[in-house]
Design a protein around this ligand. Sequence first.
Ligand code: SF4
Length: 339
Amino acid sequence: MKTKLLGKNPDELAAAAVDCGLKPFVGRQLAEWLYVKRACSWDRMTNISRESKARLQEKYDLGTSLPVASACSADGTVKYLFEVEGGESVEAVLIPDEDRRTLCVSSQAGCRMGCKFCMTGRQGWHGNLSTADILNQFISIPGAEGLTNAVFMGMGEPLDNSDAVFKAIEILTDERCFGWSPKRVTLSTIGVLPALKRFLDGSCCHLAVSLHNPFPDERLEMMPVQKAWPLKDVLDLIRQYDFTGQRRVSFEYTMFAGWNDDKRHADALIRLLGGLECRVNLIRFHKIPDFPYDCAPEVRMEEFKNRLNNHGIVCTIRASRGEDILAACGMLAGQRSQS
Ligand code: SF4
């Protein structure tokens, strides 16, 4: 099987060129075609000679692959299905919004974190995505050049596949590649502590933490991760970093009727996050089969939001996108659905 060029950084692309008996600058050309111009075929690489391409093709594939299906929501959200290495399927979701086109990216096929409210978690873990499979989501969707932002909030826990995800972020933010500012990238995690420290030390991208309940025993009921890496330890780590400047930390709080939506929870959350420069996003829960809880009533969500805001914590209710095509938070399952 040939090695993929996609997923290599410019130095590695230069080494691949040299490996084929070509000059290192061919590596720079490859980086530009793949990451700046989002070229999905050798034919588009017009400034690389036919002979050079033939030599590269003896050992390497580009590594790009088009989505195998897509579904479009009434609100403009589009879900794309990709087949990845190992034969698994994952989804990426494009969320257009006024001047932004945000891609919600998957990092694993399934997930082993086992959050009870999540369709991806219910599938179990079927493998990590390679850096090539992660970046392919940025390159192979229609209109890829127009993407403005990325959130690592699709299928999987990004910090459970940290090497591949960090390499993808490195290539996204490398001026010789995508050249994105770290401010355009948000990584969402339930709090995988050792990899979180590496992320906070090694990048300036925004962080989103799935919090969902301020009480350890209650959080543990739905999120097994609480046992290995308690929320308190995650917050202790986050408090060691500066979020008063360009970099932001937000907390995701999906609201379930009767589980985490009353005044007691709001007050505990206020105490927990007190003094931290952050934002809380309240998320409507989208009902999934065989799960006892419904979404909290709208009035409860408003009360919760107002209580936090009145105590100095910026809190908003996140607009739901793509619910009709099962593309909203917690609904991704890597299944084929037709537009
Ligand atoms: Fe995994 Fe995130 Fe779903 Fe939890 S919520 S099971 S971490 S994909």
